[in-house]
Design a protein around this ligand. Structure first.
Ligand code: OXD
Ligand code: MN
Length: 597
């Protein structure tokens, strides 16, 4: 235990203290080398923790299965642990730090007996850049180690950096008994600490991702005057070689990953657009010396949803996951490759489903429901560098300049295809009132509106009322604020059919967004913001139903008046913490909607 490969006393002392609680048999420091990774893969294969896939067809790819009740983030077991409940706000689960440490320590105590504790030093963002933040995760799961090696910059270079800087997020994880009744995901923003116990699912255990890069980072960002957001970052290269970057936030199941790496549709291809993917999930954005907003993706991999991923929905992702990928909870085919509902090719004749059972198409479970081959939230973990559209600016310490911020939701009727906010303050209101309607894929009442401000509801590490205030403050600090837009790919006609085809065709909307940023086109002023003139959306090569484009940009005042009621209810829960500016925006919208225009 004494020969730790670090001179950082704070780090050694913490590792020793955690080891005294968890009592692992051994401690192994992750150095990021290929040799160590290969040895760990071998060990995990021997125990069945991972299954090697067909190495000719899927080189360096593996399959992992989680327990049946450990397949998604467990928001009801996720807590923000601050002294005062008020600091976590009305939208987070809260526990006092004292109670949280005590309850979790009971589960952690001796949980690693007979196991190895891996020490993973990792950096979110380029190592040593002003943008990067270091974390160290202690875990008893090789699956976690292998995933962290894909999702973060992990290993010796980070330890070296820790000789120069002392500050790191202390992340402790143990599978313990993988018991949902003894599972806790705890964040201690004031201690820069995360404790996760009793789960093996990515979103709960890859602590660099949601836990550090969003919940803890949003807390740090407020203090340091930057933004940690649940956003994709993509570059759109025009034929003249100029690249404009946008950041976009969508709630789950709205196609964020697909948008981040889209391939231009045929009609627009002639214009010579090219997409550069910087990130699909998280954006850290700072005000640079030029007074504009610059963004980095702190991650180095994608942790994407498998079902529905195919060459039509996301060709670039299909190419990305052909090597060096860890699949979780997908179907295993007889030839050692994998499949999921909505994958390319035919349904296999048989396979092993995500629970390890023999599976055949059309098979029903005990309740007579069709048995799925892959879990609906089955995943792949894969390096960004595999992606054909990966940006060449991934390692740029300052990131990329952001021209536009886009918020999106899934609304059948309310929101038009796209609209532009009047200014930053109004844009913050647009983000703060983001919402989606439940689809059949989600538990709950169909069509029910769920508010998910800036797509950060489950990820904001402090009181969201203050978070809105922070956004307003950043706007005042920016000399050249990006314009803020809202999009909705999901509007339907009166028969419930989508009016807009989505996927790669969304680039037509992004083109309008950038044209607005560059003052190239007029917008039509409506009570909610500027919408496009139909002639300004390039429809070359895309035929919509008659009148569909007009319907897509329509703003129905009655519907929006109804929406105001939901917004008011949502805002009221923040009481005095809701910035007055957002109530002003609410009132101004109310007036615009009721005025005879
Ligand atoms: C994710 C999520 O996994 O947002 O990215 O849930
Ligand atoms: Mn996400």
């Amino acid at each position: 235990m004494d020969k730790f490969p670090t001179k950082n006393k704070k780090l050694s002392a913490w590792v020793k203290k955690m080891a005294r609680m968890c009592r692992p048999g051994t401690i192994v420091w992750i150095d990021g080398s290929d040799g160590q990774r290969k040895a760990l893969e071998k060990e995990a294969m021997a125990t069945g923790e991972i299954i090697q896939l067909n190495q000719n067809r899927l080189p360096n790819c593996f399959l992992h299965r989680t327990s049946k009740d450990d397949v998604a983030r467990t928001e009801h077991l996720t807590f923000i642990c601050t002294k005062k409940k008020h600091d976590a706000g009305p939208t987070n689960n809260w526990m006092s730090p004292g109670v949280a440490y005590r309850r979790a320590a009971e589960i952690f105590k001796g949980a690693m007996q007979g196991r190895t504790m891996y020490v993973i030093p990792f950096s979110m963002g380029p190592i040593g850049s002003g943008f990067g933040k270091i974390g160290v995760e202690l875990t008893d799961s090789i699956y976690v180690v292998l995933n962290m090696l894909i999702m973060t910059r992990a290993g010796a270079a980070v330890l070296k950096q820790l000789e120069k800087e002392d500050n790191f997020t202390k992340c402790l994880h143990s599978k313990a008994q993988l018991d949902i009744n003894r599972r806790l995901i705890l964040h201690f923003p004031n201690d820069n600490t995360i404790w996760s116990v009793g789960s093996g699912y990515g979103g709960n255990v890859l602590l660099g991702k949601k836990c550090l890069s969003l919940r803890i980072a949003s807390f740090i960002a407020k203090k340091e005057n930057w933004l940690a957001e649940h956003m994709l970052i993509m570059g759109i290269e025009e034929p003249n070689g100029h690249i404009e970057y946008i950041a976009a936030a969508f709630p789950s199941a709205c196609g964020k990953t697909n948008l981040a790496m889209l391939i231009p549709p045929e009609g627009l291809k002639k214009k010579g657009y090219r997409i550069w993917t910087v990130g699909d999930d998280i954006a850290w954005m700072r005000i640079d010396t030029d007074g504009s907003l610059w963004a980095v993706n702190p991650e180095t991999g994608f942790f994407g949803v498998a079902p529905g991923t195919n060459s039509n929905t996301n060709y670039n992702m299909v190419q990305t996951i052909k090597k060096g990928t860890i699949y979780t909870n997908v179907l295993l085919k007889a030839d050692g490759t994998v499949w999921w509902e909505g994958a390319d090719g035919d349904e296999p004749d048989e396979g092993i489903d995500w629970q390890g059972r023999t599976w055949r198409p059309g098979q029903k479970d005990a309740e007579g429901r069709p048995m799925l081959g892959a879990h609906p939230n089955s995943r792949f973990t894969t390096p960004i560098t595999n992606c054909p559209s990966a940006s060449f600016r991934l390692e740029q310490p300052h990131g990329v300049p952001i021209s536009a911020i886009i918020f999106g939701g899934r609304r059948q009727h309310l929101a038009p295809l796209v609209y532009e906010s009047f200014n930053w303050q109004h844009g913050v209101f647009v983000g703060a009132t983001m919402a989606s309607e439940r689809t059949a894929a989600q538990v709950g009442k169909l069509g029910e509106v769920r508010r998910d401000p800036m797509a950060m509801l489950p990820f904001c590490g402090y009181n969201m009322g203050n978070y809105f205030g922070h956004w307003l403050k950043i706007g005042k600090m920016l000399k050249k604020p990006p314009k803020i837009f809202h999009v909705n790919w999901f509007r339907t006609d009166d028969k419930g059919r989508f009016l807009w085809p989505g996927f790669r065709e969304n680039l037509r909307v992004l083109e309008w967004v950038l044209d607005r940023c560059n003052n190239k086109v007029e917008g039509v002023r409506t009570p909610i913001g500027y919408v496009p003139r139909p002639l300004d959306i390039d429809m070359t090569g895309l035929k919509l139903a008659d009148g569909a484009l007009d319907k897509l940009i329509l703003v129905n005042k009655k519907d929006w008046q109804e929406e105001l009621k939901g917004i008011k209810k949502f805002f009221r829960q923040f009481k005095n913490d809701l910035p007055a500016e957002l109530w002003q925006e609410y009132e101004a919208l109310h007036i615009r909607l009721t005025a005879d225009e």
